[in-house]
Design a protein around this ligand. Structure first.
Ligand code: NAP
Length: 285
């Protein structure tokens, strides 16, 4: 990779930045197609967020992905938001336009594309979604906007699930939105009766994590989606597979949200197969 006066900078801001696959996914493609771009991770403390966005403007940085904990806070430093970022209430991708810095949300579209590529039909179905943070919000809005009939929401902090439930109901008054507390004894029946279970919590990322829901609620005929991609198979996905459910981890969502960001920054079509190959080699290797 040759860095010169014309190299365009894109990257990721978050805190902590931890282990991220985005630099290897984007930089491999930039190199392979001789695009004069570089993708850099930037660890940005919450109190430095305003300065980081000012720096992005001043340094001419072309685009940024945004991760925990900045996805909601960053909105106020931008010049405009896409309709989806506005609706979801979170930004995970910033790019330059003639009107200044624009915030978008590619998590939601990435999640949706991972479902459509699998041929998952949402029409009239019921989804149980646990985790009402940035990713959970993106998934819930995409499900409601694309034919899901009923969404049941839960979060460790019920107030967060309630806030999401209210926002969803305001946007999709014809959908059936229900919030359930984790200690409500009807929760098992809610999960059992759902066509789809989505884990949008970080539970399952650490080796000593248990299951985020009771595995006895999982069964054949159900689709279980864990947004986590590392490990490739979380305890939830293993339990679901062992009970005959169809499963999906977060790799495809990561791929498609990254591909959409790539297209916003470079104006070129993302080479999906190559990006997928890099992710597979890195994660499975
Ligand atoms: P987040 O904003 O921190 O949201 C996670 C939510 O889950 C928080 O409200 C959290 O509550 C809640 N939670 C934590 N433990 C819980 C439990 N045991 N039961 C119920 N709720 C619980 O994080 P995020 O950005 O939405 O990300 C969530 C997950 O999605 C992460 O694993 C992330 O890696 C993954 N993700 C994947 C992709 C992809 O492309 N595949 C994209 C984005 C995110 P507290 O805040 O109180 O802990």
């Amino acid at each position: 990779m040759e860095i010169n006066a014309h190299t365009k900078i894109v990257g990721l801001i978050g805190y902590p930045i931890g282990h991220t696959l985005s630099p290897v996914m984007h930089n491999t493609v930039f190199n392979k197609f001789k695009l004069n771009f570089v993708y850099l991770p930037f660890e940005v403390r919450p109190e430095e967020l305003a300065g980081a966005i000012k720096g992005m403007r001043g340094l001419g940085i072309v685009g940024l992905n945004v991760t925990i904990p900045h996805k909601e806070e960053v909105k106020k430093y931008l010049d405009s938001l896409s309709g989806e970022a506005e609706m979801i209430g979170a930004v995970n991708c910033i790019y330059r336009t003639d009107g200044g810095l624009r915030g978008d949300n590619t998590d939601g579209r990435g999640f949706l594309r991972s479902l459509t590529e699998r041929g998952i039909d949402l029409e009239g179905k019921c989804a149980f979604l646990i985790g009402a943070g940035g990713a959970g919000r993106a998934c819930a809005f995409m499900l409601a906007a694309n034919g899901i009939h009923r969404i049941i929401l839960a979060d460790k902090v019920t107030a967060k699930a309630n806030a999401l439930g209210e926002d969803l109901t305001a946007e999709f008054p014809l959908s059936s939105i229900r919030v359930i507390s984790l200690d409500d004894n009807r929760i098992k029946d809610c999960i059992r009766g759902s066509d789809m279970v989505v884990n949008a919590t970080p539970v399952g990322m650490r080796p000593d994590d248990g299951l985020v829901i009771d595995p006895d609620c999982l069964h054949n005929g159900m689709f279980v989606y864990d947004l986590i991609y590392n490990p490739i198979e979380t305890p939830l996905l293993r339990a679901a597979r062992e009970r005959g459910a169809e499963t999906l981890n977060g790799m495809e969502m990561l791929l498609y949200q990254g591909a959409l960001s790539f297209e916003l920054w470079t104006g070129k079509r993302a080479p999906i197969e190559i990006m997928w190959q890099v992710l597979e080699e890195t994660l499975k290797g």
